[in-house]
Design a protein around this ligand. Structure first.
Ligand code: THU
Length: 143
């Protein structure tokens, strides 16, 4: 799977930034945008969507993955998460696993702030020794 080019990273950043502006985060006040890069270089974005029943809130990555799957995406090359504040907005543990469903361990995960990309990881670094679709290969049916 090819590494994302600078132009593709730029595309992810702008898609995530536009999505962040649409976040529904009235409870935490913490707005997040995310975007994932498909095999063909298309970007799909999502924002966090909180809920008055707090545990039902959804992360930005989940929204981006829904858009990606709806468009027919099954393998992603990179993801970018854009948050606010001093600390890096790295994907939460659950979202690392969500990304793993569609990404191999060498996929690139970028963490951005409003001004641009701040850190770059592999999914393997964020989710070592992961459990993924291949673990089910012996028993699973068609996907
Ligand atoms: N959040 C995300 O959308 N993605 C992350 O990777 C980290 C956290 C959201 C969830 C919640 O709406 C807010 O940020 C505060 O946790």
């Amino acid at each position: 799977m090819p590494m994302p080019s600078e132009a593709e990273i730029d595309r992810l950043f702008h898609a995530a930034k536009a999505a962040q502006a649409m976040a529904h985060a009235p409870y935490s006040g913490f707005r997040v945008g995310a975007a994932v890069l498909g095999e063909d270089g298309a970007a799909f974005a999502g924002c966090n969507v909180e809920n008055a029943a707090y545990p039902l809130g959804a992360c930005a990555e989940a929204g981006a993955l829904s858009a990606f799957v709806l468009a027919g995406g099954r393998r992603l090359r990179a993801a970018l998460v854009l948050g606010e504040g001093e600390a890096l907005t790295t994907p939460c543990g659950g979202c690392r696993q969500r990304l793993r469903e569609f990404a191999s361990p060498d996929a690139v995960v970028l963490v951005a702030g409003p001004q641009g990309v701040r850190a770059r990881f592999t999914l393997e670094a964020l989710l070592p020794a992961s459990f993924g679709p291949d673990n089910l290969a012996p028993t699973r049916g068609p996907r």
